[in-house]
Write a protein that binds this ligand. Structure first.
Ligand code: 6IA
Length: 137
């Protein structure tokens, strides 16, 4: 599968190691992850050379091209929220939101009844990986 992985960048990088573990898991399972940079440990110091307009255009192109979106939504991020809305309502892609247990997740995600949206709260990485497998099946 071609996967768009979404995770907080300017919203905060507290869970970067979780993003990296999830992206590694997806790649080991044979999937293509279009957005590997979201999991990069170097992003805090080096955002790269792209302008914001170029980043936006590239990400929209990838959202249109992917098979599914997997979003780690524990750390609130305007960009991730926008991507989820775009994926569901414009690109018509299935979206899995993964969230650590005991997170006060936004009502705009929790309350969205869209049939292509699944939200799963996880205890640990193994639990998150099981949620991904169930979503893909
Ligand atoms: O509002 P945030 O920055 O937290 O939004 C994060 C989300 O927006 C991620 O899921 C990304 O898909 C997207 N996004 C935000 N910034 C970038 C970015 N910056 N590059 C690609 N996607 C981004 C520069 C990164 C660098 C490696 C060139």
């Amino acid at each position: 599968m071609i996967i768009y992985f979404a995770g907080s960048i300017r919203g905060g990088r507290d869970l970067q190691t979780h993003y990296a573990a999830l992206v590694t898991h997806l790649k080991h399972a044979g999937h293509v992850v279009l957005t590997e940079h979201v999991a990069s440990g170097a992003l805090e110091t080096d955002e790269g050379d792209q302008s914001d307009a170029e980043i936006y255009a590239q990400d929209i192109e990838w959202l249109d091209a992917c098979d599914i979106v997997i979003a780690e939504v524990t750390v609130p991020s305007l960009g991730v929220g926008y991507e989820i809305g775009y994926a569901l309502h414009q690109a018509h892609k299935p979206v899995l939101c993964l969230c650590q247990q005991n997170t006060n997740l936004s009502a705009m995600i929790m309350g969205n009844p869209h049939p292509n949206l699944q939200i799963r709260f996880y205890r640990d990485m193994a639990d998150a990986q099981r949620a991904i497998e169930r979503f893909m099946n």
